[in-house]
Every structure is written in structure tokens, then in C-alpha cells.
Ligand binder design. Structure first.
Ligand SMILES: Cc1cc2nc3c(=O)[nH]c(=O)nc-3n(C[C@H](O)[C@H](O)[C@H](O)COP(=O)(O)OP(=O)(O)OC[C@H]3O[C@@H](n4cnc5c(N)ncnc54)[C@H](O)[C@@H]3O)c2cc1C
Length: 400
């Protein structure tokens, strides 16, 4: 460690001790409203303390430091219950995309605000007819002078109910094959014609939404990465998403039970000597270590200047499998209470939520099957899936 990195780590420790609750203390109870407010406050204080946007350029509100400082900060932060989740898409996906593809004006307008969480952002890709095959999406953007007019529907838009802006991919040229003729737009979610409707999930929360666009008018200066370049921007964003979910750093969204937590529970139940329980927890611990090594490998690749590649899919797939595995061990330990728990019991909500949220991890950010396809094609060099409509104009391809 250089003296400067040491000094930086010291400042991070002081900041976190003052502004966040250690993990060793009982879980902080946040409602969605208080969590969002705390998230904004936390990141504003972080930026004021010279610790926000660590690797981003100073002229756009960052600290201009290399990734070893980010790694040091994340190590310190992982020991605290920091209110990070509402900013996970803003910071994990939208910020790096704006940094890479935004015009200088867009970056000057938004980047510092995203870092400070004065603006929270969401991503708007999926549609009712376009999830895994997101390139077939149908939301239209039509040029009208210096404006673009958006019409269509997005779905599963995480956090739209409290976000200020979204990065939205829309079809600008239906005469082109599906991957071409797409463009990425910055959409102010308070604009007339944007209708956000929360969806109720199996775990009881309303984390994501349907978003309808009816004649929503955005300026030409809201186009990110240039007209017709939306697929390249979207692919970069999906890679950042997989890395954020799989390699950590922007907050673990799964809320899963760790092997440490399950060990404590096994001891409490007097089952820590049971060989079946011991095996299950040991297997989970091994998977967690593998996941942390994958994350480390990705972060080191990023440190050496490589853009995230298909290893993001390996990390994302493994994170989803880990979530399922930890949920299975938790259910096994909970016994009958895993099917019908007493809601008044300590931690009952946390356990129920971790188990009910596990399946979402194998869908969000691209399903396990899609990650396996990517790994098969881009890592193992297997043949691509056949596409009978390859090269045909999007408007000529049948859709259900
Ligand atoms: C918690 C959560 C948060 C999300 N947040 C967002 C968000 O913020 N923004 C956003 O835009 N989207 C978001 N999504 C949507 C997510 O990206 C999609 O749900 C996902 O890409 C799958 O699309 P789909 O639901 O339409 O399923 P489909 O694509 O219809 O897939 C259905 C099934 O078919 C399988 N399948 C599809 N194609 C193939 C293939 N080629 N080979 C093998 N199997 C295949 C899939 O694996 C799946 O099992 C979120 C989803 C979840 C669960």
C-alpha cells in the first residue's frame, strides 16, 4: 500500500464509522422510503467527504483515482450496512455507461449528480415481448425536429418508482435488422406521458414496474452514443450489470443468507455437529469463496484497463446459483418453519425474504440459460444459436 492509499483507507474508515451501521449490529429496518432517502443522504455525504465516484474523472464529480482505491473502499464498506441498493443500477450500470458513451454536455449535466445520488437512475430495456431477446424490442422513438417522441411499454423496470431518470433503449429505425436501428435515450421520468405502475412480487415488495410511454418528447441532446448505436450501448450496459451483480461492489441485491449467518443459526439450534448440516454449510462456503475469486479476477481485469467481457456472465451465473444454494440450505435449517414461519419471530422477515428473492437472481440481468449460451458461444467457442430471421428488417420479422 502506498502512503496515499493508506491515508485514503483511513478516511474511508472514519467516514463509515460516522455514517453507517456496522454489520455486527442488528439489521437496520428500512422502509423503501427511508432506504431511498438514506441512500441519497449517504452518497451526498460521501461526495462531500471527497469519497464519491472514486474512479471517475474529477471534472465530472469523481476523485480521479485508480481501482485499487475503489477496492480498498469496498473492503471497508462491506463491513457496514450501508444504504446502497437504491443506487445499485445508477452507480453499477448507468454511471459507467454515461462515462463511456455520454457527450461532454451530458456528462457535465448528469455525472456528478448521479455520483451524489441527487439523481437516481434506472435502466429500461425489457418489454413484454422482449426479455432474453431484448434486441427485438418494440418501443418506438420517432424524430420530430430537434425532439424524439417515444411510444411503447417497458416492464420489470427496477426502481422506476423512486428514480429521476432512466436510460431507455428504443427502436429508431424499424427497416434495419433488429440489432441495428436501436438508440439509447436519457428519459426524465417526470415528463408528461411517462406512466409508472409498480408490480407486486412474490417476496411482498414492489421493486419493479411497468413503464408506459405515450408521446413522451425528449430532446435530441438526450441521445446517448449516437443514433442507431443503441445496441452497442445496451450490450456495454448489460456487461456492467452482470459484473455489478456477479462481482459485487454496488451492493449485493440478493439479500441472501451467508454461510456465516447459517453457521450461527445451526449453532443456535444445536445442529452444528450434524454431518448433513456441516456438509451443506461447507459446500456453501466453498461456493462463496469461488464467487469471491471470480469477482477478484474481474476486478483485477478491470484494474488493468480491460472492459468487462463474457466473464461477467460467469460471475452472474455463479451468483444466481449461489443464491439458490444458500436458500436451499436456509430452508433445510429452518425445517417446517421454512414453509410456515412465525412472522413475530426475530429475523423471520429476513429469512422469508432471502428465500423468496433467490429465484429472481436467476432471471435478473439475463437468465441462467442466457448466461450459459453466452459462455458457450463466447468462451467455449460453440456454434451460435440459429436465427432464421438473421439480417432481415425488424419490421418483417413475425412477433407474438
Ligand atoms: C429482479 C429483477 C429485476 C429486473 N430489473 C430489470 C430492469 O431494471 N430493467 C429491465 O429492463 N429489465 C429488468 N428485469 C428483466 C430481466 O432482464 C428479464 O426478466 C430477463 O432478461 C428475462 O426475460 P423475460 O422475463 O422476458 O423471459 P423470457 O425471455 O421470455 O424467457 C423465458 C424463459 O425462456 C428461456 N429462454 C429464453 N431464450 C432462451 C434461449 N435463447 N436459450 C435458452 N433458453 C431461453 C429463459 O431462460 C427463461 O427461462 C428484471 C428481472 C428481475 C427478475
Amino acid at each position: 500500500m502506498t502512503a496515499t492509499l493508506e491515508e485514503f483507507r483511513q478516511r474511508a474508515q472514519e467516514f463509515l464509522a460516522e455514517n453507517a451501521v456496522p454489520r455486527s449490529e442488528p439489521p437496520v429496518e428500512w422502509t423503501e422510503e427511508t432506504l431511498v432517502a438514506e441512500c441519497r443522504r449517504f452518497h451526498q455525504s460521501l461526495a462531500d467527504a471527497g469519497l464519491g465516484g472514486i474512479t471517475y474523472p474529477e471534472e465530472y464529480g469523481g476523485q480521479g483515482l485508480d481501482k485499487s482505491y475503489l477496492e480498498a473502499f469496498n473492503q471497508e464498506q462491506s463491513q457496514y450496512q450501508a444504504p446502497l441498493v437504491p443506487a445499485s443500477i445508477s452507480h453499477g450500470m448507468c454511471l459507467p455507461v454515461m462515462n463511456e458513451f455520454g457527450t461532454p454536455e451530458q456528462r457535465a449535466r448528469h455525472q456528478a449528480a448521479i455520483i451524489r445520488c441527487d439523481e437516481l437512475w434506472c435502466q429500461m430495456f425489457s418489454e413484454p415481448g422482449a426479455g432474453s431477446d431484448v434486441a427485438s424490442l418494440a418501443t418506438r422513438a420517432v424524430r420530430d425536429g430537434d425532439q424524439w417522441v417515444l411510444n411503447g411499454q417497458k416492464v420489470w423496470t427496477s426502481g422506476a418508482q423512486y428514480c429521476d431518470y432512466g436510460l431507455c433503449v428504443a427502436r429508431t429505425d424499424p427497416t434495419q435488422p433488429k440489432h441495428r436501428g436501436l438508440s439509447m435515450f436519457i428519459v426524465d421520468l417526470s415528463l408528461p406521458g411517462v406512466d409508472i405502475r409498480p408490480l407486486r412480487q412474490i417476496n411482498g415488495s414492489s421493486h419493479f414496474n411497468e413503464v408506459y410511454f405515450t408521446d413522451v418528447s425528449v430532446g435530441h441532446d438526450c441521445l446517448v452514443g449516437g443514433e442507431g448505436n443503441g445496441w452497442n450501448v445496451a450490450v456495454a450496459m448489460l456487461m456492467y450489470e452482470r459484473v455489478a451483480i456477479g462481482a459485487g461492489g454496488s451492493g449485493d441485491m440478493s439479500g441472501r443468507m451467508t454461510s456465516a449467518k447459517l453457521t450461527t443459526e445451526a449453532r443456535k439450534q444445536g445442529r452444528s455437529g450434524d454431518p448433513v448440516v456441516r456438509n451443506a454449510i461447507a459446500d456453501l462456503y466453498i461456493s462463496e469463496r469461488i464467487q469471491s475469486f471470480i469477482g477478484m479476477r474481474i476486478r483485477q481485469a478491470a484494474e488493468s484497463g480491460r472492459a468487462p467481457g463474457p466473464e461477467g456472465s460467469i460471475a452472474k451465473l455463479n451468483a444466481a446459483l449461489l443464491s439458490r444454494q444458500s436458500s436451499d440450505v436456509a430452508i433445510e435449517l429452518a425445517g417446517p418453519a421454512g414453509q410456515a414461519w412465525d412472522a413475530t419471530e426475530d429475523d423471520a422477515d429476513e429469512w422469508a425474504s432471502a428465500v423468496m428473492t433467490a429465484p429472481a437472481m436467476s432471471i435478473a440481468g439475463g437468465t441462467n440459460e442466457v448466461q450459459r449460451n453466452i459462455i458457450g458461444e463466447r468462451v467455449l467457442g460453440l456454434p451460435k444459436e440459429p436465427d432464421p430471421y438473421k439480417g432481415q428488417p425488424w419490421e418483417a420479422v413475425p412477433r407474438s
